[in-house]
Design a protein. Structure first.
Length: 133
């Protein structure tokens, strides 16, 4: 029983890891796209599913051997793999509310940064040489 639960947890983790980061173009083969078509896409310079999903249909039609019907199918399958929807203001506000502000230890600097340094983002400070950054 414990082994089965551990196996299921590992399967969930691997599924989450697969969904993060760029997806290799070979993933389209699992979605029903012909291996030859995937090879043509790769030879044309598409190495990730994201690159295909965001490419205009006209660019896919310029690839020799890709018909309009194939281009439509490839774009549809790529859109299923890559979330390309819009985010509502409510969802965006929810994401922003989860950001934590880390204090710098200086009240004045925290006031300038509107609460501190945000997690999940890059904060860069610059200025003249020897000004105490």
């Amino acid at each position: 029983m414990a082994m089965q639960m551990q196996y299921e947890a590992n399967a969930e983790t691997s599924t989450e890891e697969e969904s993060l980061g760029p997806q290799p173009i070979s993933r389209l083969e699992q979605c029903g796209i012909n291996a030859n078509d995937v090879k043509k896409l790769e030879e044309a310079g598409f190495h990730t599913v994201e690159a295909v999903a965001y490419a205009p249909k006209k660019e896919l039609l310029n690839i020799k051997g890709i018909s309009e019907a194939k281009a439509d199918k490839i774009l549809a399958e790529a859109a299923k793999v890559i979330p390309m929807g819009f985010t509502t203001a409510t969802e965006f506000h929810q994401q922003r509310s989860e950001i934590i502000q880390i204090t710098t230890g200086s009240k004045e600097l925290d006031k300038l940064l509107q609460g501190g340094i945000e997690t999940g983002s890059i904060t860069e400070m610059f200025g003249e040489f020897r000004t105490g950054k």
